[in-house]
Design a protein around this ligand. Structure first.
Ligand code: DMJ
Length: 938
């Protein structure tokens, strides 16, 4: 996405139909900033403070990039907790997420153009030399086509774009002779075999050395890909074609887009999340703007901007109308079914959708962008970061946060659009939280759980490609950047492609399925070039006035008020359908509604209640459909409840020098001993117990007295270990897994079970660490002897006194040294060779949630335990108590529905009843889609 910095507002006329060669530049100008002139509600931020924050971003980048180069390069990524490189094959597999790693120094390539944006020209020159010298693109490794395209091809092209810009300026890169472009072309050709399908949609993976479908390639049998995976190629591929004159790349990317467009669901104009690459059938029929679809939409609009091809704008606008009609439920963006777009497919949102407000700015639709962004910001204020997924009442659904940049991206674009200093304050908060919670001695670590503040040994390359760019640009003035950023468009990975490509090598035949020879309707250009005079008519407080009604939307959430209910219910004054979360098995009115919906309630012998729906027994097709949705909600709620019933993970935070609380390890709780969620954290120095397995009376009580004892897993019950260290005077215990190489990154955490006897005698807190996390403490002891830790349910803010001893410094950062030494001192304690007793393992499997419906039951039944019969087990009264503060949300008028019904004959809302047999026919599809969603991982 392109923007401009510092123009006097958007005062030029809105072009109704610009000649296409001018469109790119014109569209780019649509984002002219109002920063220098725009007064707003939040207090303006002085140039001095903005500079200070910009410098802070530079220092943070140095910390991340410097540690990557020092400790990880030429590996693809830095592992910031163990301070070494992540080399695929040498670490336990993390599944699909590893498909981004191609042994091609991913982080270096992804960081190239960030170096130039951050004015580190000298470092850029060095980095380019390293890429040319060291990077091999011909590795026998299976990579994701999507990730390789956006991160590596995009990184090389962004690097090339800025290299030629610098060369032209005459000072740096004088030696450069398109070498990055040649590498990009080589990589482009390596990706092309993936497109060898009848549909033209690419296979999701390819072997860099052997291509696809040969035995040695080990890939090519996949049948499905995600929509974003197939639809996020056009910017890089078209740029490659236009830079090199080799048209094949742009042709292939266009063909894939044309196919996706043909396959859109014709009545809703939405696309599903995954598609069969051979048949074009939608495999997952849920549709949103986040994971799996996000950048498909982004690339349609940006392809119009970069290539000036109207058909892309028309497609984008068609999809955008559908998104705003069905998915956008301001401030929420909720997934729906492509065939039944009035039916929500989920009750949670994923973090990737945080890019959408930024895209809406490019589209020129500022109001919903402000609303969604504000909602997201409040979620962040609650959890410090945006969790990977959160529910519509803003509880954590998936607790990780891999330092994603999407929210920073939207913040930047909203600031450029509104000039409201509020967005600078938002950026400042992001910087503070990154430094406070994610910064570790050797870089920045992803959050494993935003609730506990624990870390994951992971720093993704997009953190350097995107986060620092957007944060730096947020605070920068035009003169802080050595080139004119308005001349470029941002790819989805924030790589920069020059807009002049729109007029270069345009020999690609424009296959245009919708409007090849016709002029686009003027409505396609509505808002494409927004003018501040129109957007914020005489009101500098416009953005604030949109945020104001939402200011407590997260804290005082009233989900019922913001979930869409059927339009006709509002119109007729009828009651909205029963929501799963409101259901009470003891309420006769609810039982009556269930009956109408064809749902019967069966009391199981074990006291649980099972719900079964037979659509055919419903009073009407509308009731059957309500029943279907009710059941889906109930299943989802039930799985959410099961998650919540598990004991949440705990945190072991190393607080002594040189960690100062910066390293937080994810720990498993115990079903006995002090409950850390109810008591103050336990702080103490650690000491290894002797014997190390803690299975008999300790022979070194003086060493563990008043300390937190380290004990190895195995040989006896956890409770026995706890008693032995407690008797020796320990104030807490950490059991370290004896299974070498295990890690909470790759294995599910579990609770340490008791020994089947009364464990009330155990008073001290006990936590469990997998081997990798445990070895971070063991290595620290070897290095520093005195290591102090905090055992808690949630990482605590760092000790300010400790913090003041050590200010972050990129040049002379002692923690880096320490972290490096941690790696090198990896010799094992001889005691670690002992094996765990099988009986102990039997006591500690990952808990199988009680009452979990079997897959068979999931088809058409949901179980709820007696205690859950008021279906919200967390007793989240926020979500059910519709007090006065919430009435504004409940009372919010809904958009008129006539147009929806009129334009969607297949949608059966309102009086248009859908025949029962069609509901039944759809039943299986819906259940299938729902099950797929349940399995979905970002
Ligand atoms: C980035 O790699 C890209 O922005 C992509 O489109 C999806 N998100 C990741 C970062 O979260």
């Amino acid at each position: 996405m392109s923007e401009a910095g510092g123009g006097p507002g958007w005062g030029f006329p809105v072009p109704q139909r610009a000649p296409w060669s001018l469109v790119a530049a014109t569209a780019a100008l649509c984002l002219v900033s109002a920063t220098s002139v725009w007064p707003a509600g939040a207090a303006p931020m002085s140039r001095e403070e903005r500079q200070k924050l910009g410098n802070q971003v530079l220092e943070m980048f140095d910390h991340a990039y410097g540690n990557y180069m020092e400790h990880a390069y030429p590996a693809d990524e830095l592992m910031p907790l163990t301070c070494r490189g992540r080399v695929r094959g040498q670490e336990p597999s993390r599944g699909d997420v590893d498909d981004a790693l191609g042994k091609f120094s991913l982080t270096l390539i992804d960081s190239l153009d960030t170096l130039v944006v951050l004015n580190k020209t000298k470092e850029f020159e060095d980095a380019v030399r390293k890429v040319l010298r060291d990077v091999n693109l011909d590795n026998d490794v299976v990579v994701s086509v999507f990730e390789t395209n956006i991160r590596v091809l995009g990184g090389l092209l962004g690097g090339h774009s800025l290299a030629i810009m610098l060369k032209e300026k005459g000072e740096y890169m004088q030696w450069y002779n398109d070498e990055l472009l040649q590498m990009a072309k080589q990589l482009g050709y390596k990706l092309l075999p993936a497109f060898n399908t009848t549909s033209g949609l690419p296979y999701p993976r390819i072997n860099l050395k052997f291509g696809i479908r040969k035995p040695e390639a080990r890939t090519g049998t996949e049948t499905d890909t995600c929509t974003a995976c197939a639809g996020t190629l056009i910017l890089e591929f078209a740029a490659l074609s236009r830079f090199t004159g080799a048209t094949i790349f742009e042709e292939y990317a266009r063909k894939a887009l044309d196919f996706l467009w043909e396959k859109r669901q014709r009545s809703s104009n939405l696309v599903g999340v995954t598609i069969n690459i051979h048949t074009g059938d939608w495999v997952r029929k849920d549709s949103g703007v986040g994971a799996g679809i996000d950048s498909y939409y982004e690339y349609l609009l940006k392809a119009y901007v970069l290539l000036g091809d109207d058909s892309f704008l028309e497609r984008f606008n068609t999809h955008y109308d559908a998104i705003m009609r069905y998915i956008s439920q301001p401030p929420l963006l909720l997934d729906v079914h492509i065939h039944k777009p009035m039916l929500n497919a989920r009750t949670w949102m994923d973090a990737l959708l945080a890019f959408f407000p930024g895209l809406q700015v490019l589209k020129g639709d500022i109001r919903p962008a402000i609303e969604t962004h504000e909602m997201l910001y409040q979620v962040i204020k609650k959890h410090n970061f945006l969790p990977e997924a959160f529910t519509i009442d803003f509880r954590v659904h998936w607790a990780q946060h891999p330092l994603r940049p999407e929210f920073a991206e939207s913040t930047y674009f909203l600031y450029k659009a509104t000039g409201d200093p509020y967005y600078l304050e938002v950026g400042k908060t992001l910087i503070e939280n990154l430094n406070k919670y994610a910064r570790v001695p050797c870089g920045f670590a992803a959050m494993k759980d935003v609730r506990t503040g624990s870390h994951e040994d992971r720093m993704d390359s997009f953190f350097l490609a995107e986060m620092f760019k957007y944060l730096y640009l947020l605070f920068a003035d035009k003169e802080d950047i050595i080139f004119d950023i308005e001349d470029y468009i941002f790819t989805t990975e924030a790589h920069l492609l020059p807009l002049w490509l729109s007029t270069t090598n345009q020999s690609i035949p424009k296959k245009n399925t919708t409007s090849e020879y016709t002029e686009l309707d003027d409505s396609n250009f509505d808002w494409t070039c927004p003018n501040t005079q129109i957007l914020f008519p005489n009101d500098p407080l416009y953005a604030q006035s949109i945020r104001e009604p939402l200011k407590n939307v997260v804290d005082k959430s009233c989900p019922r008020g913001i979930i869409r209910v059927r339009e006709e219910s509002f119109r007729s004054g009828a009651k909205p359908p029963l929501r799963a979360r409101d259901f009470m098995a003891t309420n006769p009115e609810h039982l009556e509604i269930l009956k109408k919906m064809g749902v019967s309630l069966i009391h199981l012998k074990d006291g649980r209640v099972q719900l079964v729906q037979h659509a055919i027994q419903a009073a009407s097709s509308i009731d059957a459909e309500d029943g279907l949705r009710f059941m889906q909600e109930m299943i989802e709620l039930s799985s959410q409840q099961q998650k919540e019933q598990q004991l949440p993970p705990r945190a072991v935070q190393i607080v002594s020098h040189p960690f100062f609380g910066r390293v937080v390890l994810t720990a498993g709780p115990a079903q006995f001993g002090l409950d850390l969620s109810k008591h103050k954290e336990t702080r103490g120095f650690v000491a290894s117990s002797k014997p190390y397995n803690g299975c008999s009376e300790l022979t070194n009580p003086e060493a563990v007295m008043g300390k937190i004892a380290l004990i190895q897993r195995g040989q006896c019950m956890f409770a026995e270990k706890a008693r032995n260290i407690q008797n020796a005077g320990a104030i807490g215990g950490i059991v370290i897994d004896d299974n070498e190489g295990s890690s909470s990154d790759t294995a599910p955490l579990f609770q340490m079970a008791g020994d089947g006897k009364d464990t009330d005698d155990i008073k001290i807190p006990m936590l469990f660490l997998f081997s990798k996390e445990g070895s971070i403490i063991l290595d620290a002891i070897r290095e520093y002897e005195d290591v102090e830790v905090l055992l808690s349910d949630k990482a605590k803010d760092r000790d300010p006194e400790m913090e003041s001893e050590e200010q972050p410094s990129s040049e002379n950062d002692p923690p880096n040294q320490s972290a490096e030494q941690i790696i090198t001192s990896s010799s094992q304690d001889p005691d670690l060779a002992e094996q765990a007793a099988p009986e102990e393992r039997a006591l500690s499997p990952p808990p199988e949630p009680a009452g979990a419906p079997s897959p068979a039951e999931m088809d058409n039944a949901a179980n709820i335990s007696p205690s859950e019969q008021n279906s919200d087990p967390t007793e989240n009264h926020e979500s059910t108590s519709l007090g006065g503060e919430c009435t504004d949300l409940d009372d919010q008028p809904q958009e008129p529905s006539e147009t929806e019904e009129d334009s969607n004959p297949n949608v059966s809302w309102g009086q248009k009843a859908q025949p029962i047999d069609s509901i039944l026919a759809d039943w299986n599809e819906d259940i299938e889609a729902f099950e797929m969603m349940e399995k979905d991982e970002l």
